[in-house]
Design a protein around this ligand. Structure first.
Ligand SMILES: Cc1cc2nc3c(=O)[nH]c(=O)nc-3n(C[C@H](O)[C@H](O)[C@H](O)COP(=O)(O)OP(=O)(O)OC[C@H]3O[C@@H](n4cnc5c(N)ncnc54)[C@H](O)[C@@H]3O)c2cc1C
Length: 387
């Protein structure tokens, strides 16, 4: 007997998402890219052609200009249908919104618009060996020289280290404020002095091929500066808030797919003369997961609505990301568990989904830092610098 699954979040865009998942074989590619990690160029272009990159990006720049709650539903459904990879790829222009919103028009034309078409990949270089959660400790410098800047420093943990054509690099301009004087630059990765190093491999999200990039006396013309000197943190802070809430939607979409499949499976699988669903030890955790996933989704939805209205929702976005990660990982663990031996194997997608979502409590702001962001809302402090 098949289970009666609750409705998925819906949106008029869903048929287009389904069509893209099918024509680009995104569910299959999700699994293949885990076994053979590479940047999925063809799918990036395919998503661009289907206008599924830059869902939130305003129409004047070539995006869909959707309201954030709709973007959340679209990412949930994309992740539900095909795992984290392509939902995150769809979000890639959002990860470069600093460029879209503060870059000069020629810079936007040269780098952002082609990214919306899936033709050029722009990475983000914030983290350094000595500056992760404490991003204000960034040591990379951008020294004014002639009509531009000279970059020196090492960026680490970066997604697409060897694959991105350019990166938004955050650096300190000597002479600026000691904490807070961070400036953003668009840096083509083929400039002299840029050396890129692949990492040793990751637990999940292997297609991102993270690594480090060393900038050694890299000359960057002034026109590659994004916005004003010293404003980099202000720019990236608002981007991080939005992307945290949207990433939460992705974790919940993937977990919901695993939950759906597990609920169906335990309704069919028999042990000791009855279905697994007839065992409370199996049924009750799944019932709890269903409620937790729904509650977390409502929180994400409400946060996206607040952000769309322009209300300050840093704390909610931080805690929505944390909560979505927690409930998603628990549901994915149950999916592995209740599928038994096969659940632990690569013959089913649950272990990959778990490994991929496990990056959530680390990337884009670790779980503990999300709590710090929320705690600062309750107990405000003097104006700080960290995103
Ligand atoms: C899949 C993935 C993709 C990534 N992509 C990129 C990218 O493209 N570009 C980029 O720049 N970076 C990227 N990162 C790096 C990521 O942003 C950092 O790993 C993250 O910010 C944490 O920094 P860290 O690794 O230095 O850890 P640390 O800052 O050393 O933190 C280690 C642990 O200590 C905790 N901690 C630190 N300070 C405190 C505190 N004050 N109170 C309580 N707990 C604390 C943290 O929460 C964390 O759990 C990526 C990471 C992953 C996993």
């Amino acid at each position: 007997m098949s289970a009666r699954l609750p409705m998925l979040p819906d949106d008029p865009l869903v048929p287009e998402i389904r069509a893209a998942v099918e024509s680009l074989r995104l569910a299959e590619r999700y699994r293949e890219l885990d076994r053979h990690p590479e940047f999925p160029r063809a799918e990036f272009r395919g998503l661009g052609a289907a206008h599924l990159l830059g869902l939130r990006t305003r129409a004047a720049l070539g995006g869909r200009g959707l309201a954030l709650p709709r973007v959340g539903v679209a990412l949930f459904r994309l992740a539900h249908a095909s795992g984290t990879t392509f939902a995150k790829l769809s979000l890639q222009p959002e990860f470069s919104s600093v460029l879209a919103e503060h870059g000069s028009p020629p810079l936007v034309d040269e780098w952002f618009r082609p990214m919306l078409r899936g033709e050029r990949l722009v990475g983000n270089h914030l983290t350094e060996p000595g500056a992760g959660s404490d991003a204000a400790a960034i040591a990379t410098t951008a020294t004014r020289e002639g009509d531009g800047y000279v970059l020196d420093g090492t960026k680490s943990e970066a997604a697409f280290a060897a694959d991105a054509e350019a990166a938004i690099v955050y650096a300190r301009v000597p002479g600026g404020e000691p904490r807070g004087g961070i400036t953003a630059f668009l840096v083509p990765q083929d400039l002299p002095g840029v050396s890129r190093h692949a990492g040793v491999g990751d637990l999940g999200e292997r297609w991102q091929r993270r690594g480090s990039v060393v900038y050694s006396r890299v000359r960057v013309p002034e026109r590659f500066r994004i916005g004003e000197e010293g404003k980099g943190f202000d720019y990236v802070r608002t981007e991080l808030t939005r992307e945290r809430a949207l990433l939460a939607a992705i974790y919940l979409g993937v977990a919901r797919a695993a939950w759906d499949e597990t609920v169906e499976y335990v309704g069919e699988r028999s042990a000791f003369g009855r279905t697994l669903s007839a065992q409370q030890a199996v049924a009750f955790p799944l019932v709890e997961d269903g409620a937790s996933l729904t509650a977390a989704w409502l929180y994400v939805e409400r946060t996206l609505e607040r952000l769309e209205r322009g209300e300050p929702a840093d704390a909610d976005a931080a805690m929505a990301k944390w909560m979505a990660g927690e409930v998603a990982l628990r549901a994915l663990d149950h999916a592995i568990q209740f599928h038994g031996g096969r659940g632990y194997s690569q013959s089913l997608p649950h272990e990959q989904r778990w490994r991929d979502v496990r990056s959530g409590p680390i990337a884009h702001g670790p779980a503990e830092i999300m709590h710090l962001v929320a705690a600062r809302q309750l107990w405000p402090r003097r104006a700080g610098t960290n995103p």
